[in-house]
Design a protein around this ligand. Structure first.
Ligand SMILES: [Cu+2]
Length: 175
């Protein structure tokens, strides 16, 4: 049997249509997966990763917000404010251990710097966003939007995914 005969017997090259179809399918899968798993937002040189919150008990007046901000630029930027329809206002807070060894929460009034080439995590036990004057309880599985304002990059609206109620867990590595 000759080489050419074997080549002929093999399923031949896929048609252009088939190949195009596969490219479209691959693109759709890629889109679906980035959509489902990455949950990220971009503004200028900044990437906002996985904004999330926690379900709140009935009557709660505050909810927390967490996310990461990565700065791919060569200039530092600064998260200066947050707004959301779910609450009267939103503040930037920091959890820290005071001189007596007690965990306390304080408001950061001057914003938080996002260093050039660096990343800042707003997470339980550290910097976080506090939605003050909550208008309705945050329910598990729901999403709500919030608008972040950066000194240089400007504003970006992101979606916070509400996780189950917090308890004492400081861990969110499951996401
Ligand atoms: Cu707080």
């Amino acid at each position: 049997m000759t080489t050419s005969a074997r080549a002929f017997a093999r399923p031949s090259f896929r048609s252009i249509e088939e190949r195009l179809g596969m490219v479209v399918l691959a693109a759709m899968l890629l889109f679906a997966s980035t959509h489902a798993f990455a949950h990220g937002f971009k503004v200028g040189d900044l990437e906002i990763g996985h904004p999330w919150s926690r379900a709140t008990p009935a009557g709660a007046k505050v909810a927390a917000g967490y996310l990461t901000v990565k700065n791919n630029g060569s200039q530092p930027d600064r998260l200066v404010s947050i707004q959301s329809d779910v609450s009267d206002k939103a503040e930037i807070h920091e959890m820290a251990v005071d001189a007596k060894g007690v965990m306390t929460m304080r408001q950061i009034t001057g914003g938080v710097e996002i260093p050039a080439g660096g990343e800042v995590a707003f997470k339980p036990g550290a910097y976080h966003i506090m939605f003050m004057g909550l208008k309705a309880p945050v329910k598990e599985g729901e999403k709500f939007s919030g608008t972040l304002t950066f000194e240089k990059a400007g504003t970006v609206t992101v979606e916070f995914q509400a996780d189950k109620m917090g308890g004492q867990s400081q861990d969110h590595s499951g996401h």
